[in-house]
Each structure stands twice: as C-alpha cells, then as structure tokens.
Design a protein around this ligand. Sequence first.
Ligand code: BES
Ligand code: MN
Ligand code: ZN
Length: 508
Amino acid sequence: MTVLTLSTSSAATLRADAVVVGVTKGAKGPVVAVGAEAVDKAFGGKLAATLETLGATGAEDEVTKLPAASGLKAPVVLAVGLGEVPAKGDGYDAETLRRAAGAAARALAGSKKGAFALPVEDAAGAAAVAEGALLGAYTYDKGNGNGAKDDKKKNNGPLAEVVLLGGKPRDKAYKAAAERATALVAEVNRARDLINTPANLLNPASFAAAAVKAAKEHGLKTEVLDETALKKGGYGGIVGVGQGSEAPPRLVRITYTHPKAEKTLALIGKGITYDSGGISLKPAGHNETMKCDMSGAAAVFAAIVTAAKLGLRVNLTGWLALAENMPSGSAIRPGDVLSMYGGKTVEVLNTDAEGRLVLADAITRACEEKPDAIVDVATLTGAMVLALGTRTFGIMSNDEAFRTALHETAEEAGEPSWPMPLPTHLRKSMDSPVADLANMGERMGGGLVAGLFLKEFVEDGTTWGHLDIAGPAFNDCGPFGYTPKGGTGSAVRTLVRLAERTAAGDLG
Ligand code: BES
Ligand code: MN
Ligand code: ZN
C-alpha cells in the first residue's frame, strides 16, 4: 500500500515525481490555493494564468498536469480543482480536501512519489488530505483469473508514496492524524480487495479463512461455525441460503476487547459472496456485479481491524454471515419454510431476498450477548438504490436518536447517508399463512420492508441500526474523487467513527 510521510520541506525543493497544488474557482477564473505559494513563485506568479490557458477552471474533480517551471525539483505540477472558494474564515471542508487529494492520487497512478501542497490549515485538514490521497491511490491488483498473481497482467500500480507538505511531523495531532489515516485506509482497501475478488476466488470458507488469518495478525479472537455447526445450532437462515451452493456457508465471530472499555457494539455484515438470486434467479443485467454482495461483511471486518490497530477503548463483536446464494437441486425453493435461529419461522417467497435471512440469524445470535447497540451493514435492496441513488446509503433504526447519531457519524466520516423510516403499516405485508412471517412483502418501499423484516429479529430493548449500502458499495461507473471503480469500502469509515465516538462516550 501507498506510504504516507509528513514533511516540512518547501514544495519547491522536495524531490518528487509531481507536486500537487489546489486551484479554486474564482470570480474571474482559476485562483491558486494556499499552500502553493512556492510553486506559484517559480512560475513568476503566473501559475493561475498558465492554468487558465490550459483550460483549468478550478472545478471539483478537475485535474490539470503541466511541466514544472525551473526552480522546482519536481518535473510536473498537478493542479487539482477545489470548487468554489470557501467563505472568509471557513477554510476548506474535509470532504472537499479528501476528494481533491483522491483525484490527484488517481492521476498519479504508476508514479513513485507525489508531494501534496494542498491548503492544509490544521491536523484535521492534514487528516483529510492524507485519507483522500491514500484512498484515491488504491488500485486492485488483478490476478490472472485463477488466483495466482501474474506480474505481466498487473496494472501499473498505485502511487507509491504520498508526502504531505506542511505536515508538521513533530506535532502530536498531525502525527496521530497520519497514523489514523494510514490504519483506516489500509483497512478500507482490505475491504475493497475482498469485494473486488471474483466469487470463484472468494467463497464463504475462503472469506472466513482470510478473516481468521488477518484477525490473528492483529490479536483478535475468532470463532467460525461451519455448515455442520450451523445446522446443529439451528441457524436455519444461513443454512437455508447456503444449501444451494457447492461452497457451504460460515458464520464468523470476531472480538476486539479493550480492558478499559465501557461499551460493547455488535457489528453484523451481510456476506453473500455471490448472489445469483437462487431459484428466483436474477436476469442477465442484474447479476454481473453480485460478487459485491459481501460488502457489508467486508466493512465490518475492516472496521474491527482498524479499531484494533488504533487501540480504541471499546469492545466490538463482529459477525460475518457468509453464504453463496445459488440455484441447484439442493437450493431452497420459493414457498419453503425455514426455522430460523431462535425458533421463528419464515416463508421464503423469493429466494433473492436472501440477505435478510442470513442477517436475521446473526441478529438473533448477537442479541443474546446483550451488546449496548447493534449495527448491521448490508447490500440489502435494489429499492434503496432506486430511492437514494448510487452514492448514498440508507439508515434505519428502532431508535430515532440512534438513527440520528448514525447519520451524524457517517457525515463526520465523509460518507453520504440518509435516515429512512420503518413505517409499521408495512409489516403486515409480510404476514404469511404458513409461518411467522414471509421474507418479502409490499414491493413499494422495498428497502423499508427489508428493514422491518430485520427489526422482527431484534430483541426488545436492544438498540439497533441498519445501513443499506446497496447503492454505494460498488461503483459501476468511472472513478471519482477518492472512489475507485468497483468495490468502494462503503461504511468502513462510518463504523470506525462510530467505534471512536462510542469509545469517547459520545453516544448514549
Ligand atoms: N443483493 C441484492 C440487493 C442489491 C441490488 C445489491 C443491487 C446491490 C445492488 C438483494 O439480495 C436482493 O436481491 N434484493 C431483492 C429483494 C426482493 C426480491 C424483495 C431486490 O432488491 O430486488
Ligand atoms: Mn438477492
Ligand atoms: Zn443479496
């Protein structure tokens, strides 16, 4: 992964492949941002004019490369747009800096060293630039199709080193910001790698094995229930969804504990390593990216490892509900009734509504341990993508204050999200003549119906939140800001921020 260093050097004298500067949209054309003074000086104060000649406007996500003027050690200047100039005294908000740094890092793929001279005023600004640059530098290392890495087919690799100018390496707050960014982004990128791995190379057993291995490296405890243990334990949802596949299901429990922790959070991830829809098969056009259906489990795992790396004063229990949803002679059929963990029965009306089945078992199981709160993360419904688009996840909860807290937490982390309701009148659309409830109900508001289904499995009195990340988990379009094509690592930063806020006693 890309290395991050803080430096007090001048943008003019640091040796690098490129020096990154910010450019904003002024009233009369592009304006060079704070931090780029030394670079502008080398251009005789004409950097903005030169950029304008090249067509730069300072718009967000705009990247302009130009040869450096003499007097600069770096051969290339990369100007990245920051949008409108912030109102006096406001400074750039963290997300603007993150996105600009990400766009610049993407444009430097294949280079060794990028020196970032963006407008950083304090440790929070440094954190944003560091996070954005490291997130934007990510590239998925393509294998050769059977799992072995083949050098010839490698892409040209990520930007190898990010140097943050104005970084104050001796200042405690800056150092902590750099360490946090490095730990956090390494884990967001771990989630992205897991999501991008094709389903023929990542199944429930190999996901579980990868999690156990990585957990051990960070001193985390794990327990894995295999298909035999799941059957014996009565996990009808996970067993039912997994029974159509040659690759059997798993339930992984990961624990991170801190000796001085006062709160315990349970994090649950939907881990469908491939969602074909099962017997209710998805049509072509809807199944090509369904390797991403384990993004929730990847996010939960990544967040717990980050918490361990940062030594957060909180206890976390992660639950990865892993299964592959396939049609076969042994698969569950529409109309089957499953006996779930804890004894509730569910009529499976649509085998493509599988996520809620594996999550229901995990939620019931997690409630037994009486955590202070439960949050599940899932690529749960196409309906949520229709409602909120591809960049915003939906938040549901049985507690309005907790839903608001989750929304604020996501905002702090730089992840777009929106609170959604759980209207009780939709519950009766899941009534079943043969079971306690059906796994499908009213089509309108399908994301909320799915949320109401999950709520049925939350023990009374347990605070629970649900993040439906079906939109932002996987980016089918071109990359933007610090978001690559493919797996995005959606929700990792929100979960880490939630763990930090819980550790700090910020949440109830
Ligand atoms: N994994 C899908 C949801 C999804 C859709 C994720 C698009 C990412 C992008 C989920 O298992 C699913 O198939 N949901 C169904 C539920 C329906 C059958 C009630 C859906 O949303 O269509
Ligand atoms: Mn499905
Ligand atoms: Zn699914």
